[in-house]
Design a protein around this ligand. Structure first.
Ligand code: AMP
Length: 212
């Protein structure tokens, strides 16, 4: 498999870009955050466990996350192209991927963006319950019950972990864990960086160039 890992703080646009790059159906996109939120919505065992961590802005245990991602990758053919968004979050998770030649990471792309912009983005983010698209209140004033621009589906809501107090905690955890991941991937020699504080289309173009 050719696995590309998107690294970056919550709100740095990894999910938006991964979704766009996977639109053609040739790339598989796995967002561990979305997978966990789906598990919560389904009321499954892992969902019940995940909710406790997610609501507090804390990371789930590595063994749970490694099992989740291994299960997702297992059915894919060896020729698959994969984008991982939100995984790995720790060096132990990164090592678990690289342990097997089949899931060895080809490149890790770090989305760089100033912290004050992240806080604004996260606390103003509203997400569609049905398709997962996200919007910012500044560009799409939030009214409870308003339907999603993309799928015309259910109403937009604010993730519990996008509240200002949980955002601070998530960013602090991100900073600590990310330092380890950056040193890990620079040691392995497959770390790339992009300026993620640009227009969505320009970022997509940089990513396509980096991933080709
Ligand atoms: P995200 O949507 O990527 O911001 O993830 C939302 C939340 O899901 C995180 O704050 C964690 O609680 C949990 N989560 C997602 N991915 C991971 C991971 N790789 N390791 C541990 N926890 C995770």
């Amino acid at each position: 498999m050719r696995i590309t890992v998107f690294l970056g703080a919550p709100g740095s646009g990894k999910g938006t870009q991964a979704k766009r790059l996977a639109e053609d159906g040739l790339v598989h996109h796995f967002s561990t955050g979305d997978m966990l939120r789906a598990a919560i919505a389904a009321g499954s065992d892992i969902g019940l466990k995940a909710k406790v961590y997610i609501d507090k802005g804390e990371l789930l245990p590595d063994d749970v996350m490694i099992e989740l991602i291994n299960k997702a990758l297992k059915p894919l053919p060896d020729s698959s192209k994969v984008i991982l968004d939100g995984f790995p979050r720790t060096v132990a998770q990164a090592e678990a991927l690289d342990k097997s030649p089949r899931s060895r990471v080809s490149e890790a792309i770090m989305f760089e963006i100033p912290e004050d912009i992240l806080v604004k983005r996260l606390t103003g983010r509203r997400v569609c319950k049905k398709c997962g698209s996200s919007f910012h209140v500044e560009f799409m004033p939030f009214e409870p019950g308003k339907s999603c621009q993309d799928c015309k589906g259910e109403f937009l809501y604010q993730r519990t972990d996008d509240s200002i107090d949980v955002v601070g905690k998530r960013l602090a955890i991100f900073k600590t864990q990310n330092e380890g991941l950056l040193s890990y991937y620079s040691r392995v020699g497959n770390l790339k960086k992009i300026d993620a504080n640009k227009q969505v289309d320009l970022i997509q173009k940089s990513l396509v160039d980096l991933m080709s």
